[in-house]
Design a binder for this molecule. Structure first.
Ligand SMILES: [Mg+2]
Length: 215
């Protein structure tokens, strides 16, 4: 876990979903396998495309971005993903984790910002035991013109909730996607390795700047 805190008080916590609100290992390999199967079974694509996808994913790029580079629009990929990839059966609700997230939700405005689809995101949150109404706002790749790592994705969330950009605290598992855009906007971030780190963050008073609790 690494913290990038620039101020003492925040107005909004923006959570990433995949790899942050549930463990990334549940998701990463099955999702990459699904994308590889799609390319392999589709005669429009070749082995070189599979190699390129794996290379981009390993370098931190998203599958959506890699597919876009191969001429598959975000809308089309979201539809393919919604119809063919469901990880909710692999998810196990974690009561201790949920308690910590809801503690943050009770103290401050919270949003979920994800490049996942709306349908999948709501299914995942439900399986994890959350209600959509637990968060002030949920924005997915179906709802936004710009997805992460575009800083416009974060600006759209903050604008909707009327929060200045420097009051954003972004919590996510990928620096390029979840942390860097917010730091560019003057906000703060915490890079986590998954739900375990978020529990430590809430319990350990790690959201402290100059000895004062930031939330
Ligand atoms: Mg993530």
């Amino acid at each position: 876990m690494k913290t990038y805190l620039k101020r003492e008080n925040f107005g909004l916590v923006i959570f990433d979903l995949d790899g942050t609100l549930y463990p990334g290992e549940v998701y990463k390999k099955p999702y990459l396998d699904f994308a590889v199967s799609y390319l392999t079974e589709n005669p429009d694509f070749h082995q070189a495309d599979v190699t390129e996808l794996k290379k981009e994913y390993a370098s931190g790029s998203s599958v959506t971005a890699a597919m876009h580079g191969m001429g598959i629009s975000k809308h089309k990929w979201n539809k393919i993903r919604d119809n063919g990839f469901d990880i909710t059966k692999c998810l196990v609700p974690d009561a201790a984790f949920k308690k910590r997230v809801l503690k943050l939700c009770g103290r401050i405005r919270t949003a979920v910002l994800t490049n996942n689809t709306r349908k999948n995101s709501e299914k995942i949150l439900t399986k994890l035991g959350f209600a959509v109404s637990d968060f002030s706002l949920i924005r997915t790749s179906d709802d936004l013109n710009h997805t992460k790592p575009s800083r416009e994705a974060f600006m759209a969330v903050a604008d909707h909730l009327n929060v200045p950009y420097d009051e954003i605290l972004s919590i996510g598992d990928r620096f390029e996607n979840d942390i860097a855009p917010v730091l560019h906007l003057g906000g703060s971030g915490v890079l986590v390795c998954g739900p375990g780190d978020l529990i430590k963050l809430v319990d350990g008073d790690l959201l402290t700047v100059d000895g004062k609790s930031a939330i």
